[in-house]
Ligand binder design. Structure first.
Ligand SMILES: Nc1ncnc2c1ncn2[C@@H]1O[C@H](COP(=O)(O)OP(=O)(O)O)[C@@H](O)[C@H]1O
Ligand SMILES: [Mg+2]
Length: 288
């Protein structure tokens, strides 16, 4: 049984109005325990609408969301449980910081879960460590931090609830390349150390190529490609046709291939690229 599953999930904004938009159409998705799923797609493809269903924030127009096999809208208690088991960090979450100190902001979620003060403190400190928040920041106002630091505080706030599934909607959006690498590295580290399931939404392949175990490519409100990173990147033409780009590294190998060099084209990480180039050089060395 999948940990989290959508069955024929359809969602319409503004049903019965002239502004009706079918944002999701018949989506069947399954997420297994421990996976790091990357949901990618162009702006407007339905990514945010999809993830807001996974913790019960939006209710399907048609179809179901199952968590551990149970419909999260079967009862009020099931919906409430889903809110805690599935932690969702919105796009640009730093705009939602509002407490007077970093500590209070990170502890907001765990406090709502009815934990004791000691438990809350443990949760907050563990989450702060994952995102590299220094002890001396804890009593600062979140508004005195930089954009990237605020983002990390907001992500820690969701991690501090210690959800079974952590979902991050565009966690690296708007950050400079160093900030992006840092946030993505933290998320990977969180997953490796906790073994928890993580879902990352992104419109950039470069962001998730190195860390996702499964990729779901969305177009017009439905997945058009699902598979391992390697499987999805093999369909480079399909990706380009849905308006997505393959990672820069993969593009280099596609160009080499197009130029008549006999290379693999399912290359998307630096170590793999190095291995493939070394192989090529050795082969050429032998041929000479
Ligand atoms: N609150 C809303 N009201 C009406 N339409 C919306 C709303 N949010 C998103 N949409 C529409 O639903 C579709 C999917 O949007 P969204 O889920 O935000 O996609 P993505 O996150 O991939 O950019 C788009 O056509 C978008 O304009
Ligand atoms: Mg979005």
């Amino acid at each position: 049984m999948a940990l989290l599953e959508t069955q024929n999930l359809t969602y319409i904004y503004g049903e019965g109005t002239p502004f009706r938009i079918a944002a999701l159409q018949d989506v069947n998705l399954s997420v297994e325990k421990g996976e790091l799923v990357g949901i990618i797609g162009h702006t407007g493809s339905g990514k945010s609408t999809l993830v807001q269903h996974l913790n019960g924030l939006l209710k399907p127009t048609e179809g179901k969301v199952l968590l551990n096999g149970e419909d999260i809208h079967a009862s009020k208690s099931a919906t409430r449980a889903a809110r805690f088991k599935v932690g969702l960090c919105f796009q640009y979450p730093e705009y939602q910081l509002f407490e007077s100190t970093v500590y209070k902001d990170i502890s907001f979620g765990p406090r709502n879960m009815g934990l004791t003060d000691a438990e809350i403190r443990e949760h907050v400190l563990r989450a702060a460590e994952f995102v590299g928040i220094k002890k001396e920041w804890m009593e600062k106002s979140p508004f005195d931090l930089s954009g990237g630091e605020k983002r990390r505080v907001a992500i820690a706030g969701v991690m501090a609830m210690e959800p079974e599934i952590l979902i991050l909607d565009e966690p690296a959006a708007g950050l400079d390349p160093r900030g992006r690498a840092r946030v993505l590295g933290m998320i990977e580290n969180y997953r490796l150390s906790t073994g928890k399931t993580v879902i990352i939404v992104s419109h950039s392949m470069d962001d998730i190529a190195e860390i996702a175990s499964k990729v779901v490519v969305m177009q017009n409100g439905a997945p058009v490609l699902t598979g391992t990173v390697g499987e999805v990147f093999k369909s480079a033409e399909k990706l380009v046709s849905v308006g997505l780009d393959v990672p820069q590294l993969t593009r280099v190998f596609l160009r080499l291939k197009a130029a008549g060099v006999d290379v693999r084209t399912d290359i998307y990480t630096l170590p793999e690229a190095k291995r493939e180039l070394l192989r090529l050089m050795q082969e050429r060395g032998r041929a000479q």
